[in-house]
Write a protein that binds this ligand. Structure first.
Ligand SMILES: Cc1cc2nc3c(=O)[nH]c(=O)nc-3n(C[C@H](O)[C@H](O)[C@H](O)COP(=O)(O)OP(=O)(O)OC[C@H]3O[C@@H](n4cnc5c(N)ncnc54)[C@H](O)[C@@H]3O)c2cc1C
Ligand code: FES
Length: 250
């Protein structure tokens, strides 16, 4: 993990309430798919956790939805050339084994952003089938990245584009055809719970990236602990954010 002073290259709106921020670090920092960074926003004591979508040399791209005052200040105040204090890379990230050839990727809401990094990495050598859920057509973004998948199904809550329903429903409709060796997922808790129920007894590993409120992002403050199915606790920032779906209480 490094603390860097990055330079904003671009920070632009890409969909309804969603921004894409690209910044340059001082030198190349290797980032695994599923890892995240903690972005410092002036005037806020706590950094904001945001998944890394793309890491290309010294250029790192993240996408964020406007939520509260921190993300709104990030969108408003950090124009090209501004300096940004960032901790990265953080967390464990996704691991797909060599013999896992068929990778299904299921995402919803801001959960699609860490999955973009996974699609970029694994579509080079594996069969990647992606099921991505959005609120509506206006929320759809980053299609050019999602389309690196061998197959992409977009699902919307209101049916304004693509499959009318959730990403999990879209995935399960095609499950027997896709026959995944592994599933990678990220999204709101109800989506992950639905995926857990749908995948029960199938014997296929499902790795989920969890979103918890964070303080430090580096394992020190315990703000982010989640419960494990064994009755213990895990720090989402340090032990995760990626867990096997059966190892955590959702
Ligand atoms: C590992 C990880 C990766 C994430 N990746 C993305 C991403 O790629 N794109 C994206 O849009 N969002 C992502 N989030 C959620 C993002 O961190 C929150 O939306 C953001 O921190 C909200 O900050 P705010 O100041 O706008 O909101 P406020 O509600 O004002 O924030 C108040 C405090 O709560 C924390 N907080 C609020 N909501 C969340 C949340 N859902 N998760 C974690 N902390 C939260 C904030 O960091 C801040 O410390 C991720 C969260 C985690 C844990
Ligand atoms: S955010 Fe501090 S321990 Fe995870």
């Amino acid at each position: 993990m490094r603390e860097v002073t990055a330079t904003v290259l671009e920070n632009k709106r890409i969909a309804d309430e969603v921004y894409m921020l690209t910044f340059a670090t001082e030198d190349e920092i290797p980032v695994r798919p599923g890892q995240f960074c903690m972005v410092g926003v002036g005037g806020f004591p706590l950094r904001r956790p945001i998944a890394v979508c793309k890491a290309e040399g010294e250029r790192i791209t993240v996408c964020y939805r406007l939520k509260g005052s921190g993300t709104r200040a990030l969108a408003r105040e950090y124009k090209q050339g501004e300096k940004l204090s960032v901790l990265l890379p953080l967390g464990n990230g996704f691991y797909v084994k060599e013999n896992e050839e068929r990778v299904a990727v299921v995402g919803g809401g801001v959960g699609i952003f860490p999955l973009i990094a996974a699609i970029r990495a694994y579509s080079k050598t594996k069969h990647v089938y992606s099921y991505m859920g959005f609120r509506n057509r206006a929320a759809l973004c980053m299609e050019y990245e999602l389309m690196r998948s061998e197959k992409l199904v977009v699902a919307t809550d209101d049916g304004s584009i693509g499959f009318h329903g959730t990403a999990v429903q879209a995935f399960m409709r095609e499950y027997d055809e896709v026959k995944p060796d592994v599933v990678l997922a990220c999204g709101p808790a109800p989506m992950l719970r639905a995926l857990k129920v749908a995948m029960e007894g199938k014997g296929v590993p499902v790795y989920v990236s969890l979103e918890e409120r964070m303080g430090c992002g580096i394992g020190a403050c315990l703000v982010c602990v989640c419960e494990t199915t064994g009755g213990a606790h895990a720090r989402v920032c340090k032990d995760g954010p990626v867990f096997e779906i059966n190892d955590v209480v959702l």
